[in-house]
Ligand binder design. Structure first.
Ligand code: ADP
Ligand code: ADP
Ligand code: ZN
Length: 215
């Protein structure tokens, strides 16, 4: 299955993507994770992305599209994939359409996670991540067993630099301006499924699977 997850920052895309890709046995492609990894490694891509991410702005389309085009060309994507956080602009969506159209493998579905704004801020600000293994927690909704320590690998957790309240608000503005129009875009393409993301994590997963007709 070729899928993408749409939704504002903090909606739960990453959380659901990890569960879905395990269940569906397809690769999870998160542009945010790819940029953070490149930053941690200090590669040219990471250096190019850093200043935008720190300010809560989008990384330019040409950089982002090039990255995704390369990733989708890898062998593991032949059996499908789940895009998380891409596309985020209309030019990115157009480019994705061309990339997939060229190989005759169009997108199957776009899942849109709907979450009210006040919850988004609460979710993003309370998010904690493991810099070692990538696991994600929430101080209230999904706390680690020991405070600020990763359950999986024991590494100390941290807050993402761009998850401070001020930057989260800027990212939400960017979302409404540049990404929200994609809901209409995929609706018009007949590919959109809206899912209520304002429920517990297990219920959201069930709702997504139901929307995919895959229970
Ligand atoms: P969230 O899921 O909280 O919105 P992500 O991890 O998906 O955050 O993205 C973090 C940051 O990485 C974004 O604020 C942006 O700077 C950059 N980024 C991720 N995906 C894209 C994209 N498709 N286009 C441009 N920038 C992106
Ligand atoms: P996104 O990738 O859309 O930015 P994440 O999946 O990283 O969002 O989730 C943001 C934060 O909210 C994380 O701390 C996560 O643990 C928490 N979270 C995700 N889904 C839910 C949910 N259904 N209920 C409560 N908290 C959630
Ligand atoms: Zn860890």
């Amino acid at each position: 299955m070729r899928l993408l997850l749409l939704g504002p920052p903090g909606a739960g895309k990453g959380t659901q993507a990890r569960r879905l890709t395990e269940r569906l046995q397809i690769p999870h492609i998160s542009t945010g994770d790819m940029f953070r990894q490149a930053m941690a490694q200090g590669t040219p891509l990471g250096l190019a992305a850093k200043s935008y991410m720190e300010r809560g702005q989008l990384v330019p389309d040409d950089v982002t599209i090039g990255l995704v085009r390369e990733r989708l060309g890898e062998a593991d994507c032949e059996r499908g994939f789940l895009l998380d956080g891409f596309p985020r602009t209309v030019p990115q969506a157009d480019a994705l359409g061309r990339i997939l159209g060229d190989v005759g493998r169009p997108l199957d579905q776009a899942i849109n996670l709907e979450v009210p704004e006040k919850r988004l801020i609460e979710r993003a600000v309370g998010r904690r991540v493991c810099p070692n293994c990538g696991a994600t927690y929430h101080v209230v909704y999904n706390p680690p067993r020991l405070p600020e320590i990763c359950d999986v690998c024991g590494h100390p957790l941290r807050q993402r630099d761009d998850d401070r309240e001020e930057t989260v608000k800027r990212r939400l503005e960017v979302y409404y301006q540049q990404t929200e129009p994609l809901i209409r875009y995929y609706e018009e393409a007949g590919l959109l499924k809206n899912v209520n993301g304002d429920q517990d994590m297990d219920s959201v997963l069930e709702a997504i699977l139901l929307a995919l007709g895959n229970r």
